[in-house]
Design a protein around this ligand. Sequence first.
Ligand code: Q9C
Ligand code: ZN
Length: 625
Amino acid sequence: MDPSSSPSSDNKTVVTSSHLSDMATAGQSSGKYYENLDAEVAGKIQRKVGLIYDETMCKHDTPDGEDHPECPDRIRVIWEKLQLAGVSQRCVVLGSSKAEDKHLQLVHTKDHVNLVKTISTKQKDYRRNKIASQLNSIYLNGGSSEAAYLAAGSVVKVAEKVAEGELDSGFAIVRPPGHHAETDEAMGFCLFNNVAVAASYLLNERPDLGVKKILIVDWDVHHGNGTQKMFWKDPRVLFFSVHRHEYGSFYPSGDDGDYNMVGEGPGEGFNINVPWDQGRCGDADYLAAWDHILIPVAREFNPDIILLSAGFDAAIGDPLGGCRVTPYGYSVMLKKLMEFTHGKIVMALEGGYNLDSIAKSSLACVQVLLEDKIIQGSSEAYPFESTWPVIQAVRKRLCAYWPSLADELSWKLINQKIPNPIILISSSDSETEDDPHGLVYQISKLSIENHQVDTASTSWRADLAKVDIWYASFGSNMWKPRFLCYIQGGQVDGLKKACVGSMDKSPPKEIVWETFPHRLFFGREYTARWGVGGVAFTNPLANLNDQTQMCLYRITLEQFNDVLCQENALNLDSDSAIFDLAALQSAENQISILPEAVSLVCKCCLVGEKRRHSHTYNDLHAFCC
Ligand code: Q9C
Ligand code: ZN
């Protein structure tokens, strides 16, 4: 916790710090969530990436125009994004195709195919509404049949071209989505199971293409119940789904998405579910599932092609998903799949309901398929603590079929702490160019000069109350309800006991989610000044290419003091601040300071306690003394 800064004439530095005592080694042992997977573009033959988009699929809409998350604009915004970014122009754009009934009937009953086919033709709205009302989460209109046929047919077409080798990979930007659709039932916004139809087509109708083993990866935030059932007993298809499950309470609810559901008969072991017990999962959780389940299994399975049920409703900002996967996270997940099948990957859109998120995530993925330089970014450093038990349970349940899952995960890996909040305090005037959102500028304007703090004063609270700071955190740790407990008091899920809150219970003046230019140096295990423990500094102006999503709370230095006290189990009603106010002030007075030169000393150390404490949350001692 280090509110300090090192202003210099030409280079404003916002110093942030957090306890990072095990961060330096974590990067190596945990699968390197900060790694850069730059693809060498120069000298490479451009990969052929197919795209299908057809405005006709926008005609599927709610019958009387009410709002619905699964809306026509979903595919429009993706298509527009790819065009605006100049990416679609470098792809092979194919016309859409209607699925053939005989292909649909590889996975669906004749009745179901007929139902979907006849929805639009002869029936009136009220008839359609009646049918829809008997289904789970389905609306139907006059455009539904055609859209459903085009969605399924387009995924089949891209899959065929990729399997033939005419394309290296492709993305079918389709709706309605497919993965909830079962053999004889539409549900969950899905009419035909587009990906399952394509998989079955390759396996059963096109033996000439030599596709014998298919890996279906379903990263939609919901369980792919339909796809699971269709290949339940089929060892030719390895189905992997990662989804919110919450003990069966999350849509589509029930036990189907449980990790015990591994397939049956010859298909036993060829169905893998990674069921999150909670929302809010982000890049680190997904990448942990990749590194410790999917990737090793895929290596053993050695598929001929990968079909990706690419819903983007686990994306940050999604109104239904509640998770926090960033475009960067998606791009890394996809990149990791490119090692297989010579990159033969067929992406099909499933869910995803935040238009901005799905457009950005889609763009990031197509750039991976094109083997562009991967977008810059970084993820929260660690998965949630609750993620490891899930991953361990999945590995244990499936290790009989996949020996690469048999080893126990190392203690070191699973006991990594989630990253601490990062504290930003800035002073100094600064340049404001290259800061379109104005956030860096705003931060730079937060100054503690003119707020002389009197170390001898008993009115330290009044002094600190005059100073605003930005408290920043990576998403998963100080999520808003939790952070608000530290300010306003109370207890939410994940807090061991209730917080008393800050003395000043006024809510943060601003709460901003921002993709923030930053650079983190998590590099130190020891600094002369701060002793054992890592530190992190950000230099937003010098490293504009590095981006991370952070949540920033504008609070007063007094509130910050109280947050720290609560995190470290110290009393609030103390007669001094947790900070060394003299250090804070002298930091302010220096013109150019090396980060190491600035330090705030925590109270336990001021009273002569030299032993390193083991606070579960904020090991303040990691960087004081
Ligand atoms: N209580 C896809 O993402 N939610 N489908 C219904 C009823 C349905 C999501 C909630 C969510 C379906 C493809
Ligand atoms: Zn979904």
